[in-house]
Write a protein that binds this ligand. Structure first.
Ligand code: ZN
Length: 564
């Protein structure tokens, strides 16, 4: 069966509710842990079913946001997820009050109990209408962003299709493209402001209704963070400021000299080489062919995985009108099938999809042995380790895609990932400030953004673009609207991916074992324990950031970037 044969049937929530009530009472009346375990298994199957259907809606809707059927099904999902959450909370309450708790924990993993406790704290029936409203606003944001129709170069382009122009060798094209791009946000400024204001306020209200001081703690619970808190993350950001920002500023200085500009402007940021940024030397089919060869040579496990992805058609890679922007990987539980969504545009980002998103897909595929649907993916900061590390693990094959630009690609990839970290924590610090002060006005939020931006990325000069200079660059950052507090996860994971990069440079066999082990463990453990499984050091420890910087810096210093 291929992806197109996967059949969508809207789950009948009324009959599901009845089934659940039945199963919960069966669970409560069970005579031993085994009987309870059987109920858990039955419930897992129902959840896998619903999850598969909802994911089919999300995928098909994101491939064509103008499709009326999946548009209305998407609305149905938005409204149904909170109801489902309510049903699951009832079950989770039964689970943590189990008479055979300790015995059951051994069968289902303690992490299932931790997740259940967090789920209970983040929900009450009272907040269902507000969660529905929140989901609706999030969908509106996605729709607004994908509605962009920019008239440029004689074409009508979406935001993602503007990217190649924003990276153009010709500085005036870059500048013009950025201005055109930012005009879309400027024209919709009040819509973005209003959407975000509503989202912040509704999240704050949900949090206070649930007994929290503000949304921050609830935001962490929603991210299923059980073994670190906002203070740890704050300390992490402080280390970024101390150790990463200085080297990142140096790298921008190198870039400025490399691309020969007197004064470095914001539209120079994506332009890295006079000779052009490294780009793959062929189209989508050519790249997929090469990725197939790469994964076959990398390991038997990756070979089996990637061939399955191709056979079942589990990709949607080309960009097209009405397609949602960005890229993601998700998992269809009933079919044990990952799915990769992307918008190829001829830049190096296309290869990143075949390594990064494939890293997620590979992990999920290797965790599909778990009964519990909650263990397919780990929490996000751990998930991103699999994907970001895969970007480095596949370095020896990058010549298949970049040919004579391979060194350029490697330099760029490493420098770019490093330069991303200060931006990543900017997004994080901004959100902490926003949810700590939910009554800030849209203008105050913009000022806060700009101040934080100046702290971590002091080189950002918006030239004559007053709109961006007043602090609006974050409108483009979907996570801020759609997945609060998610973003820092990329930076935490990056520090772990560097550890894998260093290990793979030393001993590929041991490094692959560590990597494969954390792929198989899925989400059955919390973040810090997954790190231990992979023999990784925690990014919250001060020594960790310090220890990865040395090898990163010496690799970058070893390359004569002006010659690239
Ligand atoms: Zn990812």
């Amino acid at each position: 069966m291929k992806f197109n044969d996967y059949k969508y049937v809207r789950p009948d929530m009324d009959s599901i509710k009845v089934k659940f009530t039945d199963l919960i009472s069966k669970f409560n009346n069970a005579k031993n842990a085994d009987e309870q375990y059987n109920v858990v298994k039955e419930i897992n199957l129902i959840i896998k079913d619903i999850d598969t259907m909802f994911n089919l809606v999300t995928i098909r809707n994101s491939i064509n946001t103008a499709d009326e059927f999946y548009n209305s099904e998407n609305e149905y999902v938005d409204n149904t997820v909170p109801v489902l959450q309510g049903i699951l909370v009832e079950f989770n309450k039964a689970l943590i009050n189990s008479k055979f708790k300790e015995e059951l924990k051994e069968k289902v993993y303690p992490q299932l109990f931790t997740l259940a406790e967090m789920e209970i704290k983040s929900f009450s029936d009272e907040v269902i209408p507000m969660l529905q409203e929140e989901n609706k606003l999030v969908s509106e944001y996605a729709k607004l962003v994908s509605s962009a129709k920019i008239n440029y170069d004689g074409k009508i382009l979406n935001l993602s299709q503007m990217q190649p122009y924003m990276e153009s060798k010709d500085r005036s094209v870059r500048k013009e493209a950025y201005e055109k791009w930012s005009e879309f946000f400027k024209e919709n400024e009040s819509a973005f402001d209003e959407l975000y204001d509503k989202l912040v306020k509704i999240r704050h209200t949900i949090a206070t209704k649930l007994g929290f001081k503000n949304f921050i703690e609830l935001g962490y619970l929603r991210m299923n963070r059980s073994d670190y808190n906002a203070d740890d993350v704050k300390k992490f950001r402080e280390q970024v400021l101390k150790y990463i920002v200085p080297l990142s500023n140096e790298l921008r200085e190198r870039q400025k000299n490399r691309i020969c500009v007197d004064s470095f402007k914001y539209y120079d940021i994506p332009f890295n080489f006079i000779t052009g940024n490294p780009a793959p030397k062929g189209n989508k089919d050519w790249m997929v062919e090469r990725a197939k060869k790469m994964y076959a040579e990398l390991s038997p496990e990756t070979e089996e995985f990637f061939n399955m992805m191709i056979e079942k058609d589990l990709f949607d890679l080309n960009t097209k009108p009405n397609k949602q922007s960005g890229g993601y990987c998700t998992f269809l539980q009933n079919y044990k099938s990952p799915f990769i969504f992307a918008n190829f545009n001829g830049t190096k980002g296309d290869v990143d999809v075949l390594t990064h998103e494939a890293g997620h897909a590979f992990q999920a595929f290797n965790s599909s042995h778990f009964d519990s649907p909650s263990f397919i993916f780990p929490t996000y900061e751990a998930s991103e380790i699999h994907s970001m590390s895969m970007e480095f693990i596949t370095w020896p094959w990058m010549k298949l895609f970049f040919e004579n630009d391979t060194d350029k690609y490697k330099f760029y990839h490493l420098a770019d990932s490093f330069l991303f970290i200060p931006y990543g924590v900017t997004v994080d610090e901004f959100q902490h400030a926003v949810y700590e002060n939910p009554n800030m006005t849209p203008d105050e939020r913009k000022k806060v953004w700009r101040d934080i931006e100046k702290k971590y990325t002091p080189y950002k000069d918006y030239d004559n673009n007053e709109f961006l200079d007043k602090g609006t660059m974050w409108f483009k950052q979907g996570h801020i609207f759609m997945d609060p507090f998610y973003y820092v996860d990329y930076t935490l994971a990056q520090i772990c991916a560097y550890q894998f990069w260093i290990k793979f440079n030393q001993d590929r066999k041991t490094a692959w074992n560590d990597y494969f082990n954390i792929c198989k463990v899925g989400g059955s453990k919390p973040f810090l324990e997954i790190l231990k499984t992979g023999n990784l050091k925690s990014p919250f420890e001060e020594e960790t950031i310090k220890s990865v910087i040395g090898p990163v810096k010496s690799f970058l210093d070893s390359i004569d970037d002006k010659a690239l």
